[in-house]
Write a protein that binds this ligand. Sequence first.
Ligand SMILES: NC(=O)c1ccc[n+]([C@@H]2O[C@H](COP(=O)([O-])OP(=O)(O)OC[C@H]3O[C@@H](n4cnc5c(N)ncnc54)[C@H](OP(=O)(O)O)[C@@H]3O)[C@@H](O)[C@H]2O)c1
Length: 342
Amino acid sequence: MTYIPAPERYEQASFRRCGRSGIVLPPISLGLWQNFGGADVFETGRATIRRAFDRGVTHFDLANNYGPPYGSAEENFGTILKKDFAHLRNELIISSKAGWDMWPGPYGLGGSRKYLIASCDESLKRMGLDYVDIFYHHRPTPDTPLEETMGALVQLHRQGKALYVGISSYGPEGTRKAAEILRSEGVPLLIHQPSYSMLNRWIEHGLLDTLEELGVGCIAFSPLAQGLLTNKYLNGVPKDSRVSADNSSFSKDFLNEENLNRVRSLNELAKKRGQTLAQMAIAWALRDPRVTTALIGARNVAQLDDSLDALKNLSFSPEELKDIDSHAIEGGIDLWRSVSKE
Ligand SMILES: NC(=O)c1ccc[n+]([C@@H]2O[C@H](COP(=O)([O-])OP(=O)(O)OC[C@H]3O[C@@H](n4cnc5c(N)ncnc54)[C@H](OP(=O)(O)O)[C@@H]3O)[C@@H](O)[C@H]2O)c1
């Protein structure tokens, strides 16, 4: 069926400036890491993306190896773009990344120029695009000179294959150095993509200050801690859940009594605010104006709708914030593959 986007999609939509750049992003962005791959139901993903756009989500985040299998989320997204969004490209911010493993051998992961340039070309082909809006180095790779990795981003930028560049999961020092190298080449660092949630607050220890000083935006990924910060695990493990998937990125170990007690208590607070826990978790990530956008995942339209309703109440009282502070996990919670925070 032909997709006609909601004519009122920008009426209620608000946007937040990305650092000191000229670009604004929606407060909530949608990531295609999981649920949009070749192993998932294509029409569910398509409906979710259409719904997101209808509700003012203009930013979709991908990476070379999102799937499974690797590459299939970009392929599916390319098909959806062609079917539904061909005439809407200029209303979309589309990002991709390279850094984690993508193809066999030493040139299919890391931070080398060879890997990043080849991977970006392949991502463009899979999505049927001439350019991505943002291309990221996906994680710090200390075995590669930062000059080489940033040089590859500069090259993609100069070729017009990436309108803006970003980095993900770099610590404050690495971020500062990356920004300096890019600046010396006349390419601004637009954005940093770190993990951030009520349970995982590592970016408050230096990174957010660094980003503010450098004028770099922040897109906070996994604000729902992969689903832990929702009501879905309060009464056992549902069949349709990330935890129960094969080779899951979300280990059952995180569903221990201590964590579940934190979640139960946060859920009570969310109820008092008249929100679902997912909504409170997203609103909380956005309480700091230095966080440009919260990068969520969604299994289906119902989850997406619930999460987008977070925007109906973004304010917190000092007492609520104090209560939430008391639930943070010391040192954070590494719910995804561990990365160096140099
Ligand atoms: N740069 C990086 O290294 C990196 C790493 C990880 C992620 N990311 C980016 O961040 C994006 C989001 O990551 P994420 O998927 O981990 O984010 P998340 O928003 O923390 O978790 C999404 C999961 O939470 C559950 N969920 C979502 N909305 C819900 C709701 N309203 N009620 C109940 N459950 C709900 C679903 O779990 P179920 O599937 O169990 O239903 C969903 O798959 C990724 O797609 C990717 O773009 C980047």
